[in-house]
Ligand binder design. Structure first.
Ligand code: ADP
Ligand code: MG
Length: 241
């Protein structure tokens, strides 16, 4: 589903190049669910931006669902992102002037009559416990409910790959727990490949595969010396959490 080879990314700050990512090889198989942890500033969000094609790498290869991102035109990358990748962010990023239903509808890529689109969206909202909330504006929903709408928006096109960047990062622990469960249940039910970046260890522990970004990123291995976690939790590739 995802193949990364010799990926590098640096930013230029005050005229100086700052290396952020250097990933020799990393693969995620179809249907796998992976949690990535790691210190703040270690390039986790940058990695997701590169995988989604919002940002370009300096060198290397990223293939999503068999399609090499770096070889696609910008228009084709945008099309791939819209249809094949769902993205959930910490702060939901719903459009404040649109209702819950409209926020989902505008993300739909299939061409269907309005009535049919609405039926699909309402079905999804129902599935995440928001039946009857379709006409609410984001400001009329709790934070947890807003994240549910954002999850539906990310899933409505049935993308094979779902990315989430700190999806519980701005929620209280109880709501975070509900959102974690929802993401796990929906991704399992729909067979998504799921890559989640999280500081939330309660969430990370639910994932069959967990890794610390330092385990795949050579840059951060030098900058943040690797330490074994005391729990000794280990990824199936022998990677410590
Ligand atoms: P994380 O998500 O792990 O906290 P990020 O991927 O957001 O880390 O950022 C990694 C590093 O790259 C940080 O040091 C950050 O300051 C830097 N960075 C991110 N975006 C930019 C940018 N557009 N320009 C310069 N530096 C950036
Ligand atoms: Mg981040």
């Amino acid at each position: 589903m995802l193949q990364i080879q010799n990926l590098t990314k640096q930013f230029t700050v005050d005229g100086r190049a700052v290396p952020i990512l250097d990933i020799p090889l990393w693969k995620v198989e179809k249907g796998e669910r992976v949690a990535i942890t790691g210190p703040s500033g270690s390039g986790k969000s940058t990695l997701l931006h590169l995988i989604s094609g919002i940002m370009s790498a300096d060198s290397g290869r990223i293939a999503v669902d068999g399609q090499p991102l770096h070889e696609l035109s910008e228009a084709k990358r945008d099309a791939l992102r819209a249809s094949a990748i769902g993205y959930v962010l910490q702060d939901f990023h719903l459009i404040p002037s649109l209702t819950a239903r409209q926020n989902v509808e505008i993300a739909m890529t299939v061409q269907l009559p309005q009535k049919e689109r609405r039926r699909i969206v309402d079905g999804w909202l129902e599935q995440v416990g928001l039946g009857g909330r379709g006409r609410h504006l984001p400001s009329q929903l709790s934070r947890g409910q807003q994240q549910r709408v954002a999850i539906v928006r990310a899933m409505v096109n049935n993308p094979p790959l779902l990315l989430a960047d700190e999806p519980t990062g701005s929620l209280d622990w109880e709501t975070a727990d509900e959102i974690s469960s929802l993401l796990m249940e929906l991704s399992a039910a729909h067979g998504h490949t799921l890559i989640v970046v999280t500081h939330d260890l309660n969430m990370a522990e639910r994932f069959p595969r967990r890794l610390n970004i330092r385990d795949i990123n050579e840059v951060r291995r030098e900058t943040f010396p690797r330490q074994r976690s005391s729990s000794g939790s280990v990824d199936k590739e022998g990677i410590s959490l």
